[in-house]
Design a protein around this ligand. Structure first.
Ligand SMILES: Cc1cc2nc3c(=O)[nH]c(=O)nc-3n(C[C@H](O)[C@H](O)[C@H](O)COP(=O)(O)OP(=O)(O)OC[C@H]3O[C@@H](n4cnc5c(N)ncnc54)[C@H](O)[C@@H]3O)c2cc1C
Length: 447
């Protein structure tokens, strides 16, 4: 992948609104819902619409990932992907209540957002700290998934203690020259751009010498090496930056203020992984492979022990069900705060800590319900199960979910570190001692 970086850093914005649904900030909620229904009828393929009453699994049976990606430009151009965003940025400029009415119409069709890291990690930083030129340049292309994004924060020696990062950026005229290594970079192998933290003033204490950049990954000086995780999939990567050029126009916020900008991204990330951005998925009742009620019933129907008839299993399911409801209410509170105009804050750490552990417990019980079958399974490409009663046939899918969930308490900041945030910023406990806090970064010992 060696494409030259753009010569005009702030490309002409995408102004084409031809595909927009006919909804704007004057449209009342009921009217917006009706126009969304009409849009669905006109633009969502009939086979997907017909499958919708059967839920996500039934839709997946008629809609492959490739189908969805090929169709996505229609959705991306409609303004419906991020309806509350202003129109020039690719949204419809509607209020939260109208957006909720729109979302309720779209939900049955399971129209997932491509480019989640662009929408949830890059965009909050651009909204909070970007220039108008940067927003116009990047946000519409994020909405349309024309440019996919990743997050270049973690390094081999800087994960939980992210502020100790060592990737350097040095000014060279209108550009910056970046050298260093990032790691665990989800979807870097698919992305066009990354949000990057780099050290610009090593003589400052660690949090003050960092600057936030937007990096074009399709250029010489960027090498992406895939890493395989426990499920066998490739999702994340090492990224080596060797004299990578970044135009100063791609700097977000002031030089040395990157830590402040990064907090917008990190809050957005915690909300995304806690499910508070979307409201989450129901994994306990209803249909589908990891839906525990279905799985337990299925076991009993087949006359196997440890199913729905077992009081301990029922108790476990009800406990997880209660926790899932609490998680949903916590997320509702976070969303309500955001809609009321409050900046994302440490409360997203509460959701993040709870969701990480809860998903692991749900996935583990789903695997337990497979009994001895869970000990060995056929390797091969994983397909989501397609029928409600296909729990046993969906064995690799359930196990993949259980294995993948081990990362839930690490990604987006570990549970331990988020507990520190809750202790300090929510409960008002004393800060964790850091003897190097005010020392110049270059003097701080690093692993
Ligand atoms: C699936 C996945 C995807 C990821 N995607 C990305 C990505 O796209 N971009 C990106 O930049 N990063 C990404 N990460 C990296 C992730 O943010 C880090 O793994 C995480 O912040 C922890 O850092 P670390 O791995 O260096 O662990 P360390 O920081 O070395 O932590 C090791 C252990 O020590 C504990 N610990 C550390 N400090 C403290 C403390 N002060 N108090 C108590 N306990 C502590 C931790 O909780 C952990 O158990 C991803 C990680 C995973 C697992």
């Amino acid at each position: 992948m060696s494409v030259s970086p753009p010569t005009d850093p702030l490309l002409v914005p995408t102004t084409d609104t031809a595909g927009y649904v006919d909804i704007d900030d004057d449209t009342p909620a009921d009217e917006a819902a009706e126009r969304t229904r009409a849009w669905v009828l006109e633009h969502v393929p009939a086979a997907w619409r017909d499958a919708a009453p059967g839920g996500a699994a039934a839709i997946r049976a008629v809609r492959s990932r490739a189908d969805y990606e090929a169709w996505y430009p229609v959705f991306g151009a409609s303004g419906l992907v991020a309806p509350t965003w202003p129109r020039p940025y690719g949204g419809l400029g509607v209020s939260g209540s109208v957006a909720r009415a729109i979302e309720a119409e779209l939900r049955p069709y399971n129209l997932g957002r491509l480019n989640p890291l662009g929408l949830n990690l890059a965009a909050p930083a651009l909204f909070a700290h970007g220039t108008e030129e940067q927003r116009l340049r990047f946000l519409p292309r994020i909405v349309r998934a024309e440019e996919l994004w990743c997050q270049l924060f973690s390094e081999p020696g800087a994960g939980s203690d992210l502020a100790s990062l060592a990737t350097r950026a040095e000014r060279d005229g209108d550009e910056w020259v970046v050298t260093g290594q990032k790691v665990w970079t989800t979807w870097a192998h698919l992305s066009h751009f990354g949000v990057l933290l780099a050290r610009t003033t090593p003589d400052e204490p660690k949090r003050r010498g960092i600057t936030y950049f937007l990096v074009d990954l399709h250029q010489p000086g960027v090498e992406v090496r895939p890493l395989r995780h426990i499920t066998g999939d490739i999702d994340f990567n090492e990224v080596f930056l060797d004299a990578t050029r970044v135009p100063d126009a791609y700097r977000v916020g002031e030089v040395g203020q990157g830590w402040k900008v990064a907090n917008a991204t990190l809050s957005g990330e915690r909300q995304m992984v806690s499910g508070s951005g979307s409201g989450g998925v129901d994994r306990i009742g209803g249909s589908g492979a990891t839906r525990l009620v279905t799985a337990a019933r299925d076991r009993s129907v087949r006359g196997l022990p440890g199913g729905w008839d077992d009081p301990v299993v029922r108790q476990q399911i009800v406990r997880l069900y209660s926790e899932e409801r609490i998680r949903g209410w916590t997320n509702d509170r976070i969303r309500a705060g955001l809609k009321a105009g409050r900046a994302p804050g440490p409360e997203s750490s509460v959701g993040k800590v709870h969701q990480g552990g809860l998903n692991q417990r749900i996935q583990l019980l789903a695997t337990d319900l497979l009994g001895p079958d869970a000990m060995a399974w056929e390797a091969g490409p994983l397909e989501a199960p397609t029928a409600v009663d296909a729990y046993c046939e969906s064995l690799p899918y359930v196990i993949e979910g259980m294995l993948r969930s081990r990362a839930n308490t690490i990604e987006g900041g570990t549970t331990e570190v988020n507990r520190n945030i809750i202790g300090e910023r929510v409960l008002g406990l004393p800060r964790e001692p850091d003897p190097w806090q005010d020392a110049p970064w270059r003097d701080v010992p690093r692993s």
